[in-house]
Design a protein around this ligand. Sequence first.
Ligand code: NDP
Ligand code: 8X3
Length: 253
Amino acid sequence: MPKIVLITGATSGIGKACAHLFAQYNYHIIITGRRNSLLQSLKEELKNLYHTEVYTLNFDVQNKEEVNLNLESLPPEWRAIDVLINNAGLSLGLTPIQEGITNDWDTMLDTNVKGLLYVTKVVANWMIANRKGHIINVGSVAGKEVYANGNVYCATKHAVDALNKAMRIDFLPHAIKVTAIHPGAVETEFSVVRFGGDEQKAKKVYEGYESLRPEDIAETIWFAVNTPPHVNINEMVVMPLAQASATYWHKNL
Ligand code: NDP
Ligand code: 8X3
């Protein structure tokens, strides 16, 4: 019986790399995101490369009704989810609070915190009923430290850190595993989104050192998912070798 993984935000970056890795190991894959054309092309790619089953759900995690409708539309055989990867997330802007754009704050909080909760609530109930499951929460070094101008994004990732700990406690009686993965800099669409589509500015974030690749984080998640049944990795902070913390770097510029 193949296992099932549901990955939020699989159209790009870390989520997409997870979809490839889990498909390679014969998982049946549920991929989600807002950009439906990317979901459809990824579905074809995964089916062609790995001959596995792929189900797409096109929704915005910020919208509670859309989350519930889409997840409840899954056929019963697809609801036996073994692994949920709460990965959908974003950062918008890098400015001091007094210059912050309040709509961007709403989007970050609604996506990174409330969206993660909406998806988790539905899937956790299925996992509890099925007496199995592993929830992976993608946090960040920004959930462990705060850096200049990162304010609201850092707050959302500190919330993910807190929710990961809360889930670990709440799901303890149900033997549902819960793990947070907190990456440092990973080269994805993350910085392009943060800087409003400015690719040149985004590129500079990854100059002068070797950043993490999305596949590195997928491998870390795969490791956490494949520990023996009695073992739970509560959290992992994973950095590029050249990045010691949110603010200490060794760059050759
Ligand atoms: P990308 O921008 O490459 O991917 C983000 C994914 O999230 C996309 O698939 C996007 O899909 C999805 N997403 C964003 N908003 C929504 C939404 N409202 N509803 C549904 N899906 C959404 O970035 P990463 O792969 O880097 O980011 C993945 C996670 O990793 C995020 O939580 C991020 O905070 C975290 N992270 C990233 C780091 C980095 O340096 N890159 C470091 C630490 C943590 P679509 O646009 O199609 O909806
Ligand atoms: C993404 C990494 O350092 O830009 O969460 O916050 S950082």
